[in-house]
Design a protein around this ligand. Structure first.
Ligand code: NOJ
Length: 553
């Protein structure tokens, strides 16, 4: 396929790296990460091969929800640096060819935001209608409460002004009223501000909540998303919205902008993620195969964002109770590993018992799935968690750069992982020198992923393998094909792949040395080592695999 497409529509096979400035690297010796520290590590990120950084919220905040409670959308939290530090970071990131996006948290503000302080000061406040008020809210439905450990309602009575305000999340996060045109204008202004400073887009927090309180009688809720996207496109053609949209596939297509692709550019595949974990727990490809077969095709130029872990709980909310329990038993059996009755507060390597072969297989699977991979900082070195930290904070630990931690010259403000996952055992410096390390594996996977744009751009087909433990799929684009197979089990397996149209072709393994010929009938048997991973490029004998995409030349 024509590689020039991948620069215009850059997000479609980007590698997105999510990090929190606060936990990445401390540049001023106060135990808290900051922009100066992050900027010092830019070459590490460029060397890893990621193409886009997603910064978690770095704005001023009382920090009652790790920065997802903002008091000023136009500034940098002083603990993390200044706007000047931000601009220097952006300049350095761009110099190394990295794009940057940031969290856009506009479903709500902090209750300490000047807008809310003003709005609650009186029913007649000019900003009253910037939030959502009611004299008689609907009775509570427990399913609507996102954080059941702290809240039992989504409405909070405001003594001072005598009405209830809506808060989809914590009570200190009042929901903005995005049906109000003045609020919409202000949100666009926020986007414009940060794009002017170089951001290539935003990870949009809590998208379904954001539009749910738009009264459909007054305005079409999805119009707001389309308006935002249009605004961004006017300002910067290649900018994107990456949406947190954890809803069923059938409801999700509307967020891309039904067929038009004029709303959220990329949506996280929460269903695929949960089914992937079910497959990993069962060592059986069935659940993941089914999800990918059911997954709707995004509109042209839109894309799925695929992931295995993020900064929140590993939510299993879209599975049945039995399926959830299966995953709990396999990967987080004790109660303190679980949270909200629906998820796990562990990182992937600890869930997989530190089994390097299995961990490598899980990430190989992730990078090969059709979509744009999003990784959470530290996944590349197998960073663990610290369950002593409260709730979801368990997985938001300081990055481990060297045996003594290397995050800060003083004691980090946050608890670090301990034991087998402590910095003396898991760190960047050691893994850089070890060719068999997870870090080196990530570099290889990212390199191969970028060399195989078919994976992200192509038509993907899940293959029957005749072996339940082997998940396989093929991706075809412009006459080029990549076939991928993963053995989810810890014993060797054989799989049989029917590769229509590839009879007489040669499959070249892109991860290790070796080739396999596809017999004329197109049915090939491949052997898979325990937790084995195979990325195979199909080429016609006589044509070098790197030239397989003949039409692209
Ligand atoms: C989703 C974010 O990922 C989560 O961390 C946050 O607590 C809620 N939205 C509220 O902003």
């Amino acid at each position: 396929m024509r590689l020039t497409y991948t620069s215009d529509v850059w997000w479609k096979n980007a590698v997105v790296y999510c990090l929190d400035v606060e936990t990445f690297k401390d540049g001023n010796d106060d135990g808290v990460g900051d922009f100066r520290g992050l900027t010092q590590q830019i070459d590490y990120l460029a060397g890893l091969g990621v193409t886009c950084l997603w910064l978690m919220p770095f704005f001023p905040t009382p920090n009652k929800d790790d920065g997802y409670d903002i008091t000023d959308f136009y500034s940098v939290d002083p603990r993390l640096g200044t706007l000047g530090d931000f601009v220097e970071f952006m300049r350095t990131a761009h110099d190394r060819g990295l794009r940057v996006i940031a969290d856009l948290v506009v479903n709500h503000t902090s209750d300490k935001h000047p807008w809310f302080k003003e709005a609650r000061s009186s029913k007649d406040s000019p900003l009253r209608d910037w939030y959502v008020w009611s004299d008689t809210p609907e009775p509570d439905n427990p399913d609507q409460v996102v954080f059941p450990d702290k809240e039992d309602s989504i409405w909070e009575y405001d003594e001072g002004s005598g009405q209830y305000y809506l808060h989809s999340f914590y009570r200190h996060q009042p929901d903005l009223n995005v049906a109000n045109p003045a609020v919409r204008d202000e949100i666009a202004r926020v986007l414009g501000f940060w794009m002017e400073l170089g951001l290539s887009g935003f990870r949009v927090d809590a998208v379904p909540f954001l539009i749910e309180n738009v009264d459909p009688k007054l305005a079409e809720p999805h119009e707001f998303l389309a308006d935002l996207r249009a605004f961004m496109t006017r300002r910067m053609g290649g900018s994107i919205l990456l949406g947190e949209v954890n809803v069923a596939y059938k409801d999700l297509v509307a967020y891309f902008g039904d067929g038009l692709g004029d709303q959220i550019t990329m949506c996280f595949d929460f269903i695929g993620m949960q089914k992937a974990w079910l497959s990993l727990a069962r060592c059986d490809a069935g659940a993941l195969s089914e999800a990918l077969r059911e997954r709707p095709k995004p509109p042209k130029d839109s894309q799925w964002a695929v992931f295995l872990r993020n900064h929140d709980e590993l939510t299993l909310d879209k599975l049945t109770e039995d399926e959830r329990q299966e995953i709990f038993q396999a990967f987080g059996p004790s109660e303190d590993m679980q949270i909200f009755g629906r998820g796990l507060r562990r990182r992937l390597p600890t869930m997989l018992g530190g089994d390097l072969r299995r961990i490598k297989m899980a990430y190989s699977l992730l990078f090969s799935l059709p979509g744009t991979p999003v990784i959470f900082y530290g996944e590349e070195i197998g960073l663990g968690e610290n369950l002593k930290a409260e709730g979801r904070m368990a997985v938001r630990v300081p990055m481990q750069w060297s045996r003594d931690g290397g995050f800060s010259r003083v004691k980090p403000a946050r608890a670090v992982p301990e034991g087998a996952f402590g910095p003396e055992r898991v760190n960047v410096a050691d893994q850089k020198r070890d060719t068999g390390s997870l870090l080196r594996w990530f570099q290889l996977l990212i390199e191969r992923y970028r060399e195989c744009p078919e994976l992200a751009w192509g038509e993907s087909t899940v293959l029957d393998t005749g072996e339940p433990a082997v998940f396989a799929h093929r991706c075809d684009a412009d006459g080029a094909t990549v076939v991928v197979a993963h053995n989810l089990s810890d014993t060797a397996r054989e799989a049989e792949l029917r590769l229509d149209g590839l009879g007489g072709y040669r499959l070249t393994d892109l991860l290790v040395d070796g080739t396999t010929e596809v017999p004329d009938g197109g049915v090939v048997r491949i052997t898979m080592e325990p937790h084995g991973c195979r990325w195979l490029r199909a080429s016609h004998p006589g044509v070098a695999p790197e030239d397989a995409s003949v039409k692209s030349r």
